[in-house]
Design a protein around this ligand. Sequence first.
Ligand code: 5AD
Length: 367
Amino acid sequence: MENHGNAKERDHGAGVKALVEKLGREQDLSDEEFLALLRLPDAEALFAAAREARDRVYGRRVFIRGLIEFTNFCKNDCLYCGIRRSNQRAQRYRLTKEEILECCKEGYDLGFRTFVLQGGEDPYFTDDRMADIVAAIRALFPDCAITLSIGERSRESYERLFAAGANRYLLRHETADPAHYARLHPPEISLENRLRCLRDLKDIGFQTGAGFMVGSPGQTDECLLRDFRFLQQLRPQMVGIGPFLPHRDTPFRDEAPGSEEKTLRCLAIVRLLLPRVLLPATTALGTLDGDGREKGMNAGCNVIMPNLSPRSVRKKYLLYDNKRADGDEAAEGLAALRARMNAAGYEIVVDRGDFPAEEEGGIPHEP
Ligand code: 5AD
């Protein structure tokens, strides 16, 4: 009986190892094999392969991004999101240009060389206003990367922001499955336009980030499979993945949070699919679990995005309940974060942390 059990375990282990090796080698699997990885009883071999893939490109260096949440006004009404326009209870705020620049200055002194300006889709921030803010940051911090995360805009708008000095753009696709997309969003927002935006951004020359939540209502493993296929096609430079977490003032208030384990598996799979990808251990992962960020690193992540917003507004940028913005999650907690990362075998570096060019990538056998 016991022998039989051991043999089965051993066969299973060998099967997993073969799958993980195939994914690392070919950066591809069949649909069935992807689904098998999501459903494994034990994913340690997957995590180990993701760590090795990350180490080959980046070593144990961890890049930090200073996240400035500069407006929580939003014209959209995404069902999962706490700053959706129908949430009357959200206390809305906007930072001024001067406040944003002040955040950058503080961040620079702390060692940040990337600023991420994230906001709801706030019509106040026209192309003129955004281009003005981006140009001011570009002039004051010429050695820093500027990342925007301000949603869907026209191609012309993206072109202007790029010309003003922005380098990167985060726009999660949220789900590549059209029916699932329709369950998460009101009818006026379409997957089609989201994908148009992502293609425009990449085409213009932004280092572009896509991504999705894990465990959002209605998500199946087949949805995640479509996300992997979509990422293989788009080949973004960054991928943001975090668990869905409910917000009490949204239609999804009673839905269950996403699974940490599945989030970690998705991170590891994406590391193996796109070895050079910049992969953050997200705030949502850190909110779900005090050790979420270390676990993310353990699954192949190489980026952390501490909160650089002014303390007075941090609690208002509430995408989901209990969103962490203090302690290690906050920019001023960087020393503590550094110590924790060191203890886990990683080193936070003062660096822009750009997507590596292929020849610098150090990937011996990329197809
Ligand atoms: N839980 C987890 N992530 C969320 N986001 C928005 N609302 C939630 C939520 N309730 C994520 C979305 C968005 C990113 C900025 O935050 O994926 O793209």
